[in-house]
Ligand binder design. Structure first.
Ligand SMILES: O=C([O-])CC(=O)C(=O)O
Ligand SMILES: [Mg+2]
Length: 199
């Protein structure tokens, strides 16, 4: 979901009044050492660094004030998006499944202990493409903070231990090419490195 206000400015889009929710199955996850692969009919793929929140226990109808007790930890996450399928879905009012949930579309880092993130509302996200900085934004700039997102989404669906909630990308997201290298992280906390497959 686009939950960083600068991102909306960049797109010329109005700031949304509610979060936009979509699902990515766990079959989309890859870890370091595995390559990001273009799905069929995708000529342009987008990178997005996201603040990943790992759920610590099952919950439904979680209130904002209780939200922190449901957080088990954090995870540096990329939300890779097939722009071709995304544009096609938006044009036709169709779901984003092929745009967001193709295999390898969710590169994830290590589990980060909750205690390693002293203030989740002040984490510096960064992403470098081929060594050049492309995204750099603080979680303090999110339109919908993590506790609000948990309250919002669990009105509709339960969360379970190990679920990963990704919270929207900052400005600077753009296309990758085959052979590119993406490095991304939470400043002074953890970082990840992934290659886009050459073929
Ligand atoms: O791709 C989108 O339109 C929404 C999204 O995932 C984000 O903002 O992180
Ligand atoms: Mg995203």
């Amino acid at each position: 979901m686009c939950s960083l206000s600068e991102c909306c400015k960049e797109l010329g889009a109005p700031i949304p009044n509610k979060p936009l929710i979509f699902l990515k199955p766990t079959t989309t996850y890859i870890t370091e050492g595995q390559d990001i692969r273009f799905p069929p009919n995708c000529k342009e793929m987008l990178y997005e660094i996201e603040f990943g929140v790992v759920i610590g226990k099952r919950g439904f109808n979680i209130s904002r004030s209780e939200a922190d007790s449901y957080i088990g930890g954090y995870c540096v996450t990329l939300d890779m998006t097939s722009k071709d399928h995304w544009l096609d879905a938006n044009k036709n009012g169709h779901p984003w499944a092929l745009a967001k949930a193709f295999d390898t579309s969710t590169p994830i880092g290590r589990f980060i202990e909750k205690s390693k993130v002293s203030d989740p509302t002040n984490v510096q996200l960064w992403l470098n493409l081929n060594g050049k900085q492309r995204q750099y934004e603080n979680t303090g700039d999110m339109i919908f903070p993590v506790d609000y997102l948990l309250e919002y989404v669990t009105q509709y669906m339960s969360v379970e231990e190990g679920d990963l909630i990704i919270t929207g990308t900052p400005p600077g997201f753009d296309t990758v090419h085959k052979g590119d290298v993406i490095e991304a992280g939470f400043k002074n906390i953890d970082s990840i490195k992934f290659h886009v497959s050459k073929n």
